[in-house]
Design a protein around this ligand. Structure first.
Ligand code: IMP
Length: 433
């Protein structure tokens, strides 16, 4: 009886999808348990590239059940388009996908609210959300009175609920606009059109919808091997990340049981996924950010542009203060270091081992973003390597300085590095001794 969980330990985009895809081969059930269509990852195999956003990466293996659990917020339009794309690519999903009837549904009013409040003017810097309606949908979930869950789409009072919510949102949304221009762009919500569209979505989703909680509890009773797939990264966790520059769910290890409904005692292994450097999209402090040629070089070599929004990602050196915090918070039992190949060709590679704040050395990650924005990174420097490493298949083959970089990361973080990735393909993976 055991579950493995894969969690990103930075600000998302750590290439978790590849690790989930690899570990799926050893599991019978794969579960996505938080976030929504704000997440995106690319899985590459047999020379084909697949982009996933809401569908768990388990979908590519025929005898694995992929579950979208209760903690996820679902945009049915985005979800159905993704399903269509997978079908067109020859992926069989009919019997392998289960969507929780407890998951909450994203509606057009959530996206409107996201647009209006992303740059609310409350803080100097906008949160820089993906504008997918994620925060407003979670807000309605916690607020309860104006929320709709997947199971509600099939109930008799659905139309009535949507009409009432549209009336509430039509009076509420204009008040959120910062100026006349934003107010003028706002379209009145048309309840009839929304009802017609979501009824159609509901019919297309029907074959996949069920009681995912019960299914997962039965999987526990039957001793099945379950893999849990985190979205975003631990530093974007709404409670423990760089608030308010975070997403609206618990994206660190603390969110696994709440989002999936699986008991904590069932989770035995937590693989923390990190890039060999750091990236971030959207606003918020990023102590090791490189706004220079080195940062651009990392962006170019790592193709650091968002899967979902295509935004260029902010790039910088590895921040070990942040990852020491996020890996302990998430209970990582081991680490996977991704995109090590991107660092080939640098003379010197820096790792931030502490911060300096107001003339004092800080060993821990501050809780306040304004403090984090003022820290200066203290670096340890390591010699780089010039060889390309994409074709290497064993730890022994890695250049001496690449091994030394990994050993130093492991020492600084106090965690074992179990997996190293040197390219996007399944075969470009090194399992460490
Ligand atoms: P939201 O999740 O759309 O509300 O966006 C909140 C913050 O989380 C923004 O800074 C986004 O750029 C960031 N974010 C959300 N999803 C991801 C992801 O999958 N990868 C990286 N950043 C993300």
């Amino acid at each position: 009886m055991s579950a493995t969980c894969v969690i990103g330990l930075q600000w998302g985009d750590e290439a978790k999808g590849k690790i989930v895809d690899l570990l799926t081969a050893q599991n019978e059930v794969v579960v996505r348990y938080q976030g929504g269509a704000n997440a995106g990852h690319t899985v590459v195999f047999d020379g084909k590239k697949y982009k996933l956003s809401l569908v768990p990466s388990g979908i590519f293996r025929e005898n694995v059940k992929s579950v979208v659990a209760s903690g996820v917020v679902i945009d049915p339009g985005a979800f159905l388009s993704e399903i269509e794309r997978l079908r067109e690519g020859g992926v069989k999903i009919e019997k392998n996908l289960l969507v929780s009837e407890r998951a909450h549904v994203i509606f057009p009013w959530h996206k409107e609210e996201d647009k209006l409040l992303n740059d609310s003017g409350v803080r100097k810097e906008a949160i820089g959300t993906t504008l997918r309606g994620i925060g407003p949908c979670y807000r309605d979930k916690v607020g309860r009175s104006t929320a709709i869950r997947i199971g509600d789409l099939y109930r008799d009072d659905f139309d009535e609920k949507v009409r009432r919510i549209c009336a509430i949102k039509n009076s509420y949304l204009p008040g959120l606009a910062r100026n006349e221009e934003a107010r003028a762009q706002l379209q009145t919500l048309d309840a009839d059109a929304i009802i017609a569209q979501y009824r159609q979505y509901a019919e297309r989703l029907r074959p996949f919808v069920g009681d995912a909680v019960n299914f997962l509890l039965e999987a526990v009773d039957a001793d099945k091997k379950v893999l849990l797939e985190g979205a975003q990264g631990a530093l974007l966790d709404v409670d423990y990340g760089t608030f308010p520059y975070v997403t609206s769910s618990n994206s660190s290890g603390v969110g696994v049981t709440a989002g999936s409904g699986l008991p904590a005692t069932f989770i035995k292994r937590i693989v923390g996924v990190v890039k060999a450097y750091t990236t971030r999209v959207g606003g918020g402090p990023f102590p090791t950010e490189l706004n220079n040629e080195t940062g651009q070089r990392i962006r170019d070599r790592g193709n650091e542009y968002g899967t979902v929004t295509k935004r260029p990602r902010r790039c910088g050196w590895f921040d070990a203060v942040a990852v020491r915090y996020s890996s302990r918070l998430s209970g990582a039992s081991e680490l996977a270091v991704m995109l090590l190949d991107v660092l080939s060709g640098f003379d010197q590679i820096n790792v931030c081992v502490a911060y300096e704040l107001d003339g004092k050395r800080l060993e821990y990650f501050p809780s306040n973003v304004d403090d984090l924005a003022r820290v200066t990174p203290i670096y340890e420097s390591f010699p780089g390597w010039s060889e390309e490493i994409n074709e290497l298949t064993s730890y022994e083959q890695l250049p001496k300085n690449a091994k030394s970089y990994l050993n130093n990361l492991s020492r600084i973080l106090g965690k074992k590095i179990a997996i190293v990735s040197v390219g996007p393909g399944r075969e470009q993976t090194i399992f460490c001794p």
